[in-house]
Design a protein around this ligand. Structure first.
Ligand code: IPM
Ligand code: MN
Length: 352
């Protein structure tokens, strides 16, 4: 029997607390579903940076490549200037490990936690496939005449045919394999970004020919945000570029009940993938045992799905759903009716 190697980066703020609950659920799931794993923890994050001035040691990327998966808590520290840790750790890992997919399921488990009127779990159940290695995140651009009244700041969206194609391929495969409705929407801005999304659109419809069983459609990104609020049931799987994906998945997180429940995967289908709750480090709740660990637990479920432990992954998701529906008063920090560790225990007890 294989022993999975899982790297754990608890990170900053409430990261360690929620990671602890995810690992608790992992331990119980491994016993029930009879698989073995080993974890190694890394202290990358704000505290380490403040102490050593080192964001991510050179050896880290090489080492992390030897794992089956990475489990991340949160990155972001109030005493560190915004951008340093995000770029130096989170984005660096995504880029250097070529995690070119950012997978964000948007699923509402209980009507009570949806801010939209008259929408329930059957209406909000879609997945965003965000390109995770290119676009505006590539960091191309420059200042001209910096500091003068004539200053210009240029920030370029860099899109390659190969980068788009591999992302779109993944989206079609994902839709075919995991979704009943089998509908894939390209979200772009073909009416204004006539280079980038022209390439995206051409690539989308070319790749679509290989997937006659998947229904396709296109929406502009601005309209997409409107439909997320008005008719979220229209969506099954959405594929989009890095920047639009970043924006629409925060809106997605809100309609599924908030940051307490939203998880994401940074996926390299042929390499090492990294799973994280997407809510951030929430410094003001740190150390109080009040933060919602369900997003981190859902991230663990996604991790197990990625490494092929499907029944364990499903069982965790089912238990989370049960806990949300039958136990929690609210999904927000401090309002759940239970502490962080109690919510972790509830999920453990709910595993089938
Ligand atoms: C996310 C985050 C990151 C991003 C930040 C922290 C760099 O917002 O994972 O969505 O913009 O991708
Ligand atoms: Mn984001």
């Amino acid at each position: 029997m294989k022993t999975y190697k899982i790297a754990v980066i608890p990170g900053d703020g409430t990261g360690p607390e929620v990671v602890c609950e995810g690992l608790k659920v992992l331990q119980s799931a491994a016993q029930r579903y009879r698989f073995k794993y080993q974890t190694i923890s890394y202290d990358f994050g704000g505290e380490r940076y403040l102490k050593t001035k080192e964001v991510l040691p050179e050896s880290a990327i090489k080492e992390l490549k030897t794992f089956d998966a990475i489990y991340l808590g949160a990155i972001g520290h109030p005493d560190v200037k915004p951008g340093i840790l995000e770029k130096g750790i989170l984005l660096k890992l995504r880029f250097d490990l070529d995690q070119y997919i950012n997978l964000r399921p948007v699923r509402l488990y209980d009507e009570r936690f949806c801010p939209l009127k008259n929408k329930g779990p059957k209406d909000i159940d879609f997945v965003v496939v965000r390109e995770n290695s290119e676009g505006l995140y590539k960091g191309l651009g420059e200042f001209q005449k910096k500091g003068t009244k004539e200053e210009v700041a240029i920030q370029v969206s860099h899109n390659t045919r190969q980068g788009i194609e591999r992302c779109i391929h993944y989206a079609f495969e994902y839709t075919r394999k995991n979704r009943q409705r089998k509908e894939l929407t390209l979200c772009g801005k073909t009416n204004v970004l006539t280079y980038a999304f022209d390439l995206w659109e051409r690539t989308f419809y070319e790749v679509a020919k290989e997937y006659p069983d998947v229904k396709t459609q296109y929406t502009h990104v601005d309209a997409t945000t409107m439909w997320f609020v008005k008719n979220p049931e229209w969506f099954d799987v959405i594929v989009t570029d890095n920047m639009f994906g970043d924006i629409i998945t925060d809106l997605g997180a809100m309609i599924q009940g908030g940051m307490g429940i939203a998880a994401g995967g940074n996926i390299n289908p042929r390499g090492v993938s990294m799973f994280e709750p997407i809510g951030g480090s929430a410094p003001k709740y740190t150390g109080q045992n009040v933060i919602n660990p369900l997003a981190a637990i859902c991230a663990m479920s996604m991790l197990l799905h990625q490494i092929g432990e499907y029944p364990a992954a499903q069982s965790i998701e089912d238990s989370v759903m049960m806990v949300v529906r039958t136990r929690l008063k609210d999904l927000a920090a401090g309002k759940m009716g239970y502490s962080t560790s109690e919510v972790g225990d509830l999920v453990v007890n709910g595993l089938k």
